[in-house]
Design a protein around this ligand. Structure first.
Ligand SMILES: Cc1cc2nc3c(=O)[nH]c(=O)nc-3n(C[C@H](O)[C@H](O)[C@H](O)COP(=O)(O)OP(=O)(O)OC[C@H]3O[C@@H](n4cnc5c(N)ncnc54)[C@H](O)[C@@H]3O)c2cc1C
Length: 271
């Protein structure tokens, strides 16, 4: 049984903020696919939930030039099926389609995933590699400044993610080794080739959450082919180790996934 809490469905950003501030320990609710399991496990016990799904500013997927903007309340399934996303960044649409199972994809949202910043979540890798800007009720935050370690972001108390704007690359690829039960990444690499160079972000593996592999980025900027990564290795001391995969294996998977993402631009590769 859950602890008692009240539920409020906000219609505007101002209403959401007001409901949030009226609680002793309120939490925003989007798709509920991270928050509700946390509540069921009694790791969180907010006294009120403020549902964001009905706020119009959090909806819609649009492209203008090299900017692709996705509302925070768009589900993983909507991103995966969107003609705008599939046309602009096919690997991003495929990434969304690789998340969890159909129930998770039809309820879970991009804004909830980014706010949660699970160290094994998929979207943080795409946001970092695609130089995304996370727009909030208060300001715009670059992905480089947004992710601050496992389950930690630059969001202030009560701040709401409204949209995420990605820079459309020349091409991008995503390669992921999945946990076969949850589909979360054991190690995954998103590689984006852009006019100014290459950005490569790793999720699922780092013991401080998502990160850019700058050595690999430099090698690929000189020569964009999987062979450019030969001999490069991440330090297992910086990797997570758990019952699913130890640190040395994760470091190895990061290199394999990065090579696959380079070799399969425009695609999702499941290892
Ligand atoms: C069985 C299972 C398998 C999964 N597999 C994967 C997977 O393979 N890959 C993957 O990446 N994820 C996976 N997930 C997680 C899933 O993608 C979640 O949907 C996602 O992490 C959270 O999004 P949500 O909309 O459900 O957020 P919620 O659970 O509603 O919220 C999560 C957190 O974000 C906050 N929040 C939500 N929206 C906002 C906002 N707009 N502004 C500020 N704060 C906000 C909430 O207060 C809460 O703290 C899985 C989940 C389950 C249950």
């Amino acid at each position: 049984m859950m602890y008692p809490f009240s539920y409020h469905r906000a219609r505007t950003l101002d209403e959401a903020r007001a409901y949030f501030e009226g609680g002793e320990d309120a939490a925003y609710l989007s798709g509920g696919h991270s928050l509700l399991p946390t509540m069921k496990n009694r790791l969180a016990a907010p006294d009120r939930l403020v549902h964001l799904a009905a706020i119009p500013e959090l909806r819609g997927i649009t492209r203008a030039g090299d900017r692709l903007s996705i509302g925070a309340a768009e589900t993983h399934a909507a991103v995966a099926a969107s003609p705008e996303v599939r046309g602009a960044i096919p690997a991003l649409a495929a990434l969304a389609g690789s998340i969890g199972d159909p129930q998770v994809r039809h309820r879970g949202t991009i804004g909830g995933s980014l706010a949660n910043n699970d160290p094994a979540a998929d979207y943080p890798a795409a946001a970092l590699a695609l130089d995304a800007v996370i727009e909030t009720s208060e300001r715009a935050i670059s992905a480089d400044n947004f992710f601050q370690g496992m389950f930690t972001t630059a969001l202030d108390e009560g701040e709401i993610i409204t949209r995420v704007t990605f820079t459309v690359p020349d091409s991008a690829g995503y390669a992921k080794m999945r946990n076969p039960a949850s589909r979360y990444a054991l190690a995954a690499s998103f590689v984006a080739r852009r006019p100014g160079g290459v950005r490569l972000a790793i999720t699922g593996a780092g013991n401080n959450g998502v990160f850019r592999w700058s050595e690999a980025e430099a090698a690929l900027a000189t020569r964009f082919e999987r062979g450019a990564l030969a001999g490069l290795a991440l330090d297992p001391g910086d990797m997570m180790s758990d019952m699913h995969a130890d640190a040395r294996y994760r470091a190895h998977l990061c290199a394999v996934a990065s090579a696959e993402a380079v070799g399969h631009q425009g695609k999702l590769t499941l290892l």
